[in-house]
Ligand binder design. Structure first.
Ligand SMILES: Nc1ncnc2c1ncn2[C@@H]1O[C@H](COP(=O)(O)OP(=O)(O)OP(=O)(O)O)[C@@H](O)[C@H]1O
Length: 615
């Protein structure tokens, strides 16, 4: 339960809605408990007036609510019995309408409040996701992140809405009913209450069983969904490996587990509700039997009206009491979900704006001074005692074996991770003193793994500069060498990409991803092996156009294809997180048995197999 205290800030924010909601629940139940009293009065009144049973009649208005007394004095002004009954019936109808009206208002306030809280909470979780760093995303799966923002937030909403409504409803109904029952007859109240402790024990045990089984169902469902999701997204691999049957068996196994758990839950529930009905039935039986005996023997002032009143009270208690189990499980589930949400919300990202960090206008000078970096999760030392000084406007090519630390270098520049030691400076300013969003805004990065959104081509390119006009989008696409192909699509720049649109080739995706970075016009631009899927000729053409674009920009181009590196100011060869060769093309070619020279010769002779070159 303590986990749910994190919701306190939301309840406080929506305190007016919550307060009025609780008031409406109470008011609705108050009007509800008045009608049995009127029924009691009217039955007693008719009985007395017509001397039907000949039994003595309770005199006075003892045990009635103050409002009911007012109704009674109003009703009894009429002399005819028929009129009295008619007016009393109209008042009972009005009470039912009032109850309905306040129930409507109760839903309008409490359920609406829960939707507001859900909205706020989803935003809170999403904002936190955006702030968390790579280290966090490495250790959590997409499924887990999605579950927390969708499933867990929904379960918490069930608590802030329906569960709170049920709890307040339950408490006020029990309170009002028992209060007026005691007012009417203490003895009968005691008998009616006898089954309650048994009911509480049943509810407790059955509910924990239901809770356990629901959790198992949830886990089975999660497996089933993950399984289905992977089957859809990996359908090409499944088909090409001819594994449809294996996947189907896997799916049916998961389905079978889910079915068994669901049936087990249905069995428990099948016992639960009838048992509650049985015990409520026993209460009704006691009311009629004991009440009847008291009435026959003229004891404790029990009248026909009292018996009817009690039967209605017991019926009123049926729903709230049978909802205790459901409500308790709603609260338990919400507490578990909020605990999972708190685990995420409490994480402080390691890479964050340092106090005093300010936005700067970057010009493009970059310095790495003795930088070291080890990936915390794998312990791999990706960058070692790294020194690199890049002048403003310089064009640097970075090559080297796979896993030599090229991408890590780019990640450190974007502050996806912070270096363990040493310092990175941009325009002579420690990178940590630069406002994080200002830093990332001014560095264009084209990652190795292309990711495009399920949106139009234009919007995907414009993602780099949301206020860019069509001309800028076209200009960026032209430099990236993809404009002609886009214009060839039926809807041009409006073409949808992804599941609901065209399927792009790997090379087209890479070039759209490049256009997205180019449109930003940043002072620093990093291309991370982003032309691997285009042919050498197209790469040369793009490089040619990029030369002019990159004229006044500092650029770092990570690549495995050396023949395209000729027009760079400097070429670096990385190995095990260090620069092992550095210089112009000519200088590197002179290094006997150098990595670069070997790679160049191999690629010139037509073998583009870097692995060969790396041997
Ligand atoms: N997110 C990560 N978590 C843990 N280890 C990582 C992570 N990313 C990379 N590494 C490791 O760090 C080392 C350097 O990786 P990096 O991606 O920088 O190499 P690279 O030179 O860019 O390789 P490639 O040419 O294949 O892209 C590798 O040994 C890699 O396994």
């Amino acid at each position: 339960m303590k986990h749910l205290s994190a919701l306190g800030k939301y309840f406080w924010k929506y305190r007016v809605r919550l307060g009025t909601g609780i008031f409406f629940v109470a008011l609705s139940n108050y009007f509800n408990v008045l009608s049995p009293q009127l029924m009691k009065f009217i039955i007693n009144y008719v009985d007395r007036s017509l001397s039907l049973t000949g039994a003595p009649h309770a005199a006075g208005l003892k045990g009635y609510d103050i409002l009911v007394r007012k109704f009674i004095s109003f009703i009894t002004r009429y002399s005819s019995i028929a009129k009295v009954v008619l007016v009393a019936s109209i008042i009972i109808l009005l009470l039912a309408l009032l109850r309905g009206f306040f129930m409507f208002l109760m839903r309008q306030t409490i359920i609406v409040m829960s939707r507001h809280i859900e909205y706020d909470q989803k935003n809170e979780v999403y904002t936190q996701y955006q702030q968390l760093d790579n280290r966090f995303f490495k250790s959590h799966t997409t499924g887990d992140l999605m579950n927390r923002i969708a499933e867990d937030v929904s379960r918490v909403r069930i608590f802030t809405g329906p569960a709170i409504m049920y709890i307040v409803n339950l408490l006020t109904t029990i309170l009002f009913c028992v209060f007026f029952m005691v007012q009417s007859s203490v003895e009968l109240t005691i008998y009616v209450m006898i089954p309650l402790p048994i009911l509480a024990v049943i509810i407790y045990f059955v509910n924990s069983n239901i809770h356990k089984k629901s959790e198992q169902i949830q886990a089975a469902l999660s497996d089933l969904t993950t399984n289905a999701q992977e089957s859809y997204s990996g359908i090409r691999v499944i088909k090409s490996f001819n594994q449809e049957n294996a996947m189907y068996r896997f799916f049916t196994d998961n389905s079978e587990t889910y079915r068994k758990n669901a049936i087990a839950l249905a069995r428990v529930e099948a016992v639960y509700f009838p048992s509650i009905q049985l015990l409520i039935g026993i209460s009704t039986l006691f009311t009629i039997m004991i009440g009847g005996l008291y009435y026959i023997h003229h004891q404790h002032g029990i009248t026909l009206g009292t018996i009817v009143e009690f039967i209605v009270y017991v019926n009123m208690l049926t729903f709230p009491v049978s909802a205790i189990g459901l409500t308790a499980s709603m609260v338990q589930r919400a507490a578990a979900s909020q605990k999972r949400l708190n685990e995420f919300l409490d994480i402080v990202p390691e890479v964050k704006n340092e106090p005093g960090a300010a936005p700067v206008a970057l010009e493009g000078k970059i310095d790495f001074d003795n930088v070291n970096f080890t990936f915390p999760d794998t312990g791999i030392r990706a960058i070692r005692a790294f020194d690199l000084h890049i002048r403003k406007g310089e064009k640097i090519a970075v090559t080297g074996r796979t896993g030599s630390g090229k991408t890590t270098l780019a990640q450190l520049l974007l502050r996806m991770y912070d270096a363990d030691s040493g310092m990175i400076r941009l325009d002579n300013k420690n990178i940590k003193e630069i406002d994080l969003s200002s830093l990332r805004e001014q560095i264009s990065y084209v990652p190795q793994d292309v990711f495009l959104f399920s949106d139009t081509v234009e919007n995907n390119i414009r993602f780099g500069k949301p206020d860019a006009g069509r001309e800028e989008v076209v200009a960026a696409a032209t430099i990236a060498g993809v404009a002609k192909e886009i214009e060839g699509f039926a809807n041009g720049y409006e073409t949808m990409i992804g599941e609901r649109g065209v399927t792009l080739s790997g090379g087209q995706k890479q070039r759209i991803s490049i256009a997205r970075a180019l449109i930003k016009q940043s002072a620093i631009i990093i291309f991370d092996d982003c032309l691997s899927a285009v042919d050498a000729k197209t790469e040369q053409e793009i490089m040619g156009r990029l030369n002019a674009y990159l004229n006044d920009k500092t650029s770092i181009i990570i690549t495995h294809r050396v023949f395209s590196l000729l027009s760079f100011d400097r070429i670096l060869v990385l190995d095990e997180g260090k620069i092992v060769e550095q210089g112009s093309h000519e200088e590197l070619m002179k290094i006997p048995d150098g990595f670069y020279a070997r790679l160049y010769h191999r690629q010139q002779s037509g073998t583009e197999d870097e692995n060969e070159a790396e041997k």
